[in-house]
Design a binder for this molecule. Structure first.
Ligand code: AMP
Length: 218
């Protein structure tokens, strides 16, 4: 079973993905952090992520992504893809590749939130420099202080979570990712959940969707 998690920045995909991994044992691939890792040795990626707030060109990462995912598929993992695909072109490339491998995309789960919630959540997101834990200053659990993690490390804001960069990322989302939703609907793989609710309510809905796919496949 392979699932795509779609939604604007700050829709809680990472939180829901953690819960899905615990319950169903997916291999979780998150494109944003995969690219932040690659950016350590490739300044072009960092330029797209931090200055332009635009999608990194496909040819920069596609090979590395396929290499990693091929390995995981060979090991027999079910995939949970977050942040990829983000455009119709990326989806078509993924589909062609999956067709070659003889595997399916079973569902695209779309966590929907209004843009003002994206702005509010992302501008309040902080990461611990020491342990890497991600906090949000406006949603519980909040850190001991806005500057300090519970491990004592310093909390910092991601460069692309600054307000002007969030606007750029949202524009990209509207331009590239929203058209994908129409396509998923046409192909009958779209499942939409309201992301502007408590975490456990969203989790219940998403887990029911995955449970149903599992039962249908057995
Ligand atoms: P995220 O952490 O998911 O918001 O992604 C941060 C940044 O990584 C985005 O603003 C893009 O520059 C880049 N990025 C993430 N996913 C993709 C993708 N599927 N294709 C191209 N660039 C991406």
């Amino acid at each position: 079973m392979n699932i795509l998690l779609i939604g604007p920045q700050g829709s809680g995909k990472g939180t829901q993905a953690d819960l899905l991994v615990k319950k169903f044992g997916f291999y979780y691939f998150e494109m944003g952090s995969f690219l932040r890792e690659l950016a350590k040795t490739n300044p072009l990626i960092s330029e797209y992520q931090n200055k332009k707030g635009k999608l990194v060109p496909d040819d920069v990462f596609f090979f590395a992504m396929k290499e990693l995912l091929s390995e995981k598929i060979k090991e027999g993992n079910k995939l949970l893809l977050d942040g990829f695909p983000r455009s119709v072109r990326q989806y078509e490339s993924l589909r062609n590749w999956f067709d070659e491998l003889g595997i399916n995309i079973d569902k695209a789960i779309f966590i929907n939130i209004p843009e003002e919630i994206t702005m509010k959540r992302l501008s309040a997101r902080r990461t611990c420099k020491k342990c890497g834990k991600i906090w949000n200053l406006v949603t519980s659990p909040i850190p001991p202080t806005p500057e300090k993690c519970d491990c004592g490390g310093e909390l910092v804001q991601r460069e692309d979570d600054k307000p002007e960069k969030i606007m750029l990322r949202l524009q990209e989302y509207r331009k590239n990712t929203e058209p994908l939703l129409e396509l998923f609907k046409k192909e009958g793989i779209l499942a939409e959940v309201d992301g502007n609710r408590p975490i456990d309510e969203i989790a219940t809905d998403i887990q029911q969707i995955v449970e149903k796919i599992k039962n249908d496949q057995n």
